[in-house]
Design a binder for this molecule. Structure first.
Ligand code: ATP
Length: 235
């Protein structure tokens, strides 16, 4: 097991956004967390990456509790997040954005190979290396955000709504790339409102409703579940 979330509760003042949530991610898996707007998905990811502190509960990564760690230590430990809305750095070039992803790496000698890997996986980023990242299209910015996260060489990649706002053709490409990243050995925790895509590539999934997990199963089991179909798959 790579990540175990135990009885996690997270509040914004009086708002209980995440209520005693339990789930786990095994090494090599894609695990999808689905749920409606406001279910608490982003809050869970932010808490794993150390941007928020829980009111209660534990986050155990590689056997160690990390819920009190600073986010830079969490990144250095191998957890990297592709944030919702991409948050690329405008005014910096594509290359400089990728360099920001590698900022905490100590193994400088290996960097060249990893830039080449990113450019192989996302050829458009290689073609636009010197271009201001703000001038990329939405789909290209999503690829840059994924490339930047991969430059941190994560063991666990946290992805927040990678399909949001993208044209269908880009959505398929992004999900193909997520599977390719898994095949190369990176474990992925994916949160998505696009439940059908997220479950179709998931080894396992969890359904979150108003801060609590209400259902779990393999991706295929959840896709076939009548409640999931009614609530999240349009019938
Ligand atoms: P979405 O898919 O819309 O991004 P989500 O499942 O990621 O939703 P969260 O963003 O985690 O949900 O929000 C969970 C709950 O916490 C919501 O009720 C939201 O209104 C509330 N919340 C989120 N951020 C804050 C904040 N900074 N201050 C107060 N409440 C917040």
């Amino acid at each position: 097991m790579l990540l175990k979330v135990e009885d996690l509760s997270v509040n914004y003042g009086v708002i209980h956004a995440v209520k005693s949530v339990n789930f786990e991610v095994n090494e090599g898996e894609i695990v999808s967390l689905i749920g409606a707007n406001g279910a608490g998905k982003t809050t869970i990811l932010k808490t794993i990456s150390g941007l928020m502190k829980p009111a209660d509960g534990k986050i155990i990564y590689e056997g160690k509790e990390i819920q009190k760690e600073k986010s830079q230590n969490i990144v250095a430990g191998g957890i990297s997040q592709v944030p919702e809305g991409r948050h690329i750095f405008p005014g910096l070039s594509v290359m400089e954005n990728l360099q920001m992803g590698a900022f905490l790496r100590k193994d400088r000698d290996a960097l060249k190979k990893d830039y080449d890997n990113v450019f192989d996986r996302f050829p458009v980023l290689g073609e636009r290396k010197n271009q201001d990242a703000a001038t990329l299209s939405g789909g290209e910015q999503q690829m840059l955000a994924m490339g930047r996260a991969l430059m941190a060489k994560p063991k666990l990649l946290l992805m927040d709504e990678p399909s949001m706002g993208l044209a269908p053709i880009f959505i398929n490409e992004i999900f193909d790339i997520i599977q390719a990243i898994q095949k190369q050995g990176t474990t992925i925790l994916l949160i998505e409102q696009n439940a059908s895509k997220a479950l179709s590539i998931a080894d396992r999934g969890y359904v979150l409703a108003t801060g609590s997990i209400v259902l779990t199963g393999t991706g295929q089991e959840l896709l076939a579940n009548a409640d999931v179909q009614k609530a999240y798959l349009g019938g």
